[in-house]
Design a protein around this ligand. Structure first.
Ligand code: SF4
Ligand code: SF4
Length: 109
């Protein structure tokens, strides 16, 4: 088992700054769900981590704590996160190395 980033939806959706999404070095790992806040009766959406792509570098934790000052991201053991976002249906365009995240799904690893 290993540590991955986990974002507290309620803390994130209170401000929804999206800052961490610009700093994760792994493509398509921190994503943004416009409806995440609505599901909990909050005004904004929230960022979430596709745990199967997270490399555990904790850069997003530093960004959220020190730049955004929101403290919404914690490193947690991957098997301790109940509702995980996983990437499935990733497609690669021909002659293009960038991955396109089609439908992130939530599930148990
Ligand atoms: S930096 Fe923190 S508050 Fe801002 S979007 Fe990321 S997790 Fe949410
Ligand atoms: S721990 Fe690193 S790889 Fe994982 S979501 Fe945060 S910045 Fe991205």
């Amino acid at each position: 088992m290993y540590l991955v980033a986990h974002i507290d939806t309620e803390i994130c959706a209170a401000t929804s700054c999206k800052l961490c999404t610009q700093y994760c070095p792994e493509a398509n790992t921190i994503n943004y769900n416009n409806d995440a806040g609505k599901e909990k009766g909050l005004k904004y959406g929230a960022a979430y981590v596709a745990v199967d792509r997270c490399k555990g570098c904790a850069q997003c934790v530093w960004v959220c704590d020190n730049m955004a000052k929101h403290n919404a991201i914690k490193m947690e053991m991957i098997d301790q996160i109940g509702d995980q976002a996983l990437t499935e249906n990733i497609t690669y365009a021909e002659k293009n190395s960038s991955a396109v995240l089609a439908n992130p799904v939530r599930g148990q690893m």
